[in-house]
Design a protein around this ligand. Sequence first.
Ligand SMILES: Nc1ncnc2c1ncn2[C@@H]1O[C@H](COP(=O)(O)OP(=O)(O)OP(=O)(O)O)[C@@H](O)[C@H]1O
Length: 603
Amino acid sequence: MSLRSAPVVEHHGIDTGPALTTWATLKRGVHLSPELKKGIWVTVVLAVLSTLGRVLVPFVVQRITDDGILAEGGPDTGAVARYIGIALVGVVVTALSAYFVNVRLFRASENGLSTLRIRAFRHIHDLAMLTQNSERRGSLVSRVTSDVDTISTFVQFGGLMLLVNIAQISLATVLMVIYSPVLGLVVWLCFVPLFIIIRKFQGIVGRAYTKVRERVGDMLGAISESVVGAQAIRAYGVEDRTSVRIDAAIEEHRKAAIGAQARSVIAFTSGQLVSGLTTGVVLVVGTVLAARGSLTLGELLAFLFLVNLFTQPVQQATEILNEMQNAVAGWRRVIGIIDTPADVADPGDEGVELPRGPITVQFDGVGFAYPGGEPVLHDIDLTIAPRSRVAIVGETGSGKSTLAKLLTRLMDPTTGRVLLDGAELDGIRFSSLRQRVVLVPQEGFLFDGTLLDNLRFGRPQATDDDVRLTLTELGLDAWVATLPFGLATDVGQRGESLSAGERQLVALARAYLADPDLLVLDEATSAVDPGTEVRLQRALDSLTRGRTSIAIAHRLSTAQAADEVIVVDAGRIVERGPHRDLVRQGGVYSRLHESWVAQQASV
Ligand SMILES: Nc1ncnc2c1ncn2[C@@H]1O[C@H](COP(=O)(O)OP(=O)(O)OP(=O)(O)O)[C@@H](O)[C@H]1O
């Protein structure tokens, strides 16, 4: 088994989103994207200006009717023209303000959400491998992509519109009361039930959208797993089973999305219904008031415009509040990532820098259990002298890879300490640790690019000559010469254009270029052709010379060549010593040795 990260107990790891209230989520969200707040007051002023233009219309209509058309002594065209002029200016100011409001909002939201994406993405990288597994990765991607998108829709249109709408509702209320307190009261009485419904529905809609966001994550998780594992799926002919899983995830998402939409439509439709009814009631009561002479025709007309000015933002607000719940659900998930503590924290500047030179390794009462699982390592006490070549062997599942993960600080031990040159591992600065300790995993990850680019991952500042020298010293120059374009050969995605053995050669050369003082090697189990095997052995020899090296050995030759063999069984060190002594002892190692020999004989 390689240094894998799955399967991890499902409930460990990333938060599904903190249990923050809507308001707290919005506050935290804005705090995480400070660009959303930048210059907001200018935007608010412009937004109010754009609303004022709208409020001007009922006023102008009333004045044109009462002072212009119905003026004492016949229609007053001068007054009409004057008011039309005012309306025109109002319309132009409104349009210009609305334009600037939109541009500013787009800019602020795109800037703010890019910051949020980058922050969340960086944090995903900082999360220990324990928090991730292949399925959860898809869901993580959904958090930095589609969850952030839902926030952007709300931030671009909703957030500010909500403020503007509240301002418009307040302004319309004041004007209505000025024109006719009775009618103003009628309008508010009609709307009270709607406000109660909206408030109640906020929680329901919020929960429904949270479910949608989770389903989107599940769906992307299932899809990404099947894309990454496409080869294995085809090889085992399990396309049907995979499709069933994806179909089920899509179906779950469909149901959740329809459920959420249906609930939000209820709130919106209630708004429309109440608006229509209110206009009707105002018309009836207003006509009675006008007939009694307590309201002019112009005032009634203006009032009807004001009702519209009141109902329209209320309706829009119900829609925006739904959108807000959707955004809050997304925000919670992104905040969930950011708030997930990195299991393995970099001590940063507080940490120590390891001096150069071969490293002494020490395990001091180390125990480890994967989250939610039984302990897999028990009380490991071990000292490895500098410059020694150690091979760790043991049955599959005995805990070898776990030891290597602890040694390279991919995880921290549950109990005990790991020390390098006497310094506790968790007190060593990451930059120093990653420079001094290099892990060569079973399947070295190759990036899409040339062989040269991939080798340079070991030491980014290495020159072409450094890389060539490395290849010569490892005896790999002849192999590179056989490649179609030598060092410029493209390795393909994940190195698919190279064979498994060749990928191992690249991983070794990369480690050599990095020039570590402690090398941790998770030997590949895959068999390679004899030619590559010889190359691998030679390269390994040069790579481990003069440094402390710990290899998780799957090959007899590696164990034979080691200064010392450490045998792990069920999470404990049961034997240690040179290969020859252990074979003679007749314990766990000698049985393992017998099976290796038998295996070799059968090949
Ligand atoms: N990410 C993980 N989550 C939960 N349990 C794990 C995880 N990785 C390993 N384990 C468990 O820890 C134990 C030790 O695993 P480890 O990978 O260290 O064994 P190993 O000796 O390296 O095996 P192999 O030779 O097959 O690579 C096993 O029982 C395994 O099931």
